[in-house]
Structure formats: C-alpha cells, structure tokens
Design a protein around this ligand. Sequence first.
Ligand code: BG6
Length: 298
Amino acid sequence: MSSASPLPPGLPGVATFFETSDGLIRLGIASDLSTAALTLDGAHVTHFQPVGAAPVLFLSGSSHLAPGKPIRGGVPVCFPWFGPRAGHPQSPAHGFARITRWSLESLSGSHTEGVTVVLRLVSDEATRALWPHDFIARLRVEVTRELRLTLEVENTGTAPLPFEEALHTYFAISDVHGVTVTGLERAAYLDKVDAGQRKELGPEPLRFTGETDRIFPANTATCTIHDPGYPRRIIVEKSCSRSTVVWNPWIAKAKAMADFGDDEWPQMLCIETANVGADAVPLAPGARHEMTARIRLE
Ligand code: BG6
C-alpha cells in the first residue's frame, strides 16, 4: 500500500520521514542524544535508545508492521477505551487510536537539543462510526536523553466525553525472572489473571513468577524497573495518570499471540501509564486533558 499524499518534510540530518515497504509512514530520529523511531500509523513510538545505552523499548520480531494493524511493542496509544470495549465485543481492543493514521502537527529540534514531534488525530466520519464523540487528540513526543510522551485529549463536542487511555509501554529487559519493580509496594490492584479480584502487594518490590496482568487504580507512583542483567534502572514517572498497568504474558499467552515470538516474553515488561476503569476521564465539552509519561535510564 502506498500513501496518497507526499511525505512531510523532516529536519535535515536529524529527523527523516520515509514509507516502509508495507506502507507505514515512519519517522527516524538521530540526534547527539539518542535515536528513536515512530510511525504516523497509531502515533506509535517503536524505538528509543539514548546514545551509549541499549534500546529502552521492546519490539517483537513477529509484530505486524502494516497500516491498520496493532504493533506489538514500543508504545501503543490506547484510546478511547482500554482492553475490550464494554458492551461492544466487535470493537477493536484498546481503541482505534493505535490502528489509525495520525497526522503531523509539528516537528522541531536539532542535533544538540533533541527532537519534539506533535501528532494529531481529529474525529471524523470513521471515528464517529466507532465512537460517537468529537475530539482532537495530540501525542507530543519529546526525544532527548529521555523520552517524554504527552497524550492530550480535547472535547470539541457538546456532550461529555468519557474516555480511557494508556501509553502501553513495552520495556526491553534482560530477563523478567531477574527484574524487580519498585514504587508499587503495598499498592492495591485488580488481578486480571484472577477474575479481576482486588488484591494488595506486600512491602517487597514486585517480582515476576508467572503471567502478570494487573491494573493498579488510583495510583500515581513513579515506577522503577531494576534490571541487574544490563545493568540499569528504567524510571517511569508520570503526571495526570491515576492508573498503572503491569503486564507480561508469560509462556502460554505468548504462544497464543500470533504477532509475538514464543520465546520473547522474558525480554519484555509493560509498565503502562494510564487512566482506565474507575480512573476514566470524564471530559466536559470544551475541556482538555493531558497525561504524561517520562521515561529515563539510570
Ligand atoms: C494489556 C492488558 O494492557 O495489554 C492485557 O492488560 C492485554 O490484558 C495486553 O492482553 C495486550 O493487549 P493486545 O490487545 O495488544 O493484545
């Protein structure tokens, strides 16, 4: 598939748009601070790597990389719902934002400062057919030695716009058996692998011993992934996000996913900056909401 319109201009020597053989519009970024890549399809950051460090984001070698298909890895943008849409089993999982082409609003930066990209998704006939609301969504991607992602949603309609959102970040880790996560000690969570039961973590850092799919509601904590294998720490700090989701599919679920290698699950961990379930955002007409995830290495 080839895009009908010409590619947007990039920033010479720093940020370049190109079309992949499968028809994705991709922006490659290389500054003195880091390299990164994102696609207009889904406003999806697929790669981030500070200079001198290993890649921060996991991307499955079996992922679909084609327009209209979710990408397995990087940072899928889940909007306007999270997971299956309640009462609408035919609707795409995690909303339509991740499978829709966004447009470029602005691109700026330099070799020394890094790059800021703003992508935009505006409601139209196609989105209204799936979800009857008027909105403008923007994803601001700031790529320096850190990766800062801000998802902004504006209600341009006349009715309240309740929505869920997640920056569904897949982190690259050396081995899930050896990593720990701090920041969620004693936090309450809904255990999706145990019928959504409400539970509470103990005082120790979170470790991984099996399939993990947990929603931590009303939780604004900074999370740190401690990865002795690299060795490094990944810090995920957030604002205006009241939910954190932690996910690793483990063995059986990994095998069941067509777009994920059977043996890749030990090398990824999702820590998602989100507003889901009881933390969904009730946006009044004319109002705007911004949620930010700031990702850095130590
Ligand atoms: C997580 C959910 O955020 O995303 C999991 O909590 C889900 O339940 C996972 O399996 C992957 O979702 P998808 O739609 O990308 O396969």
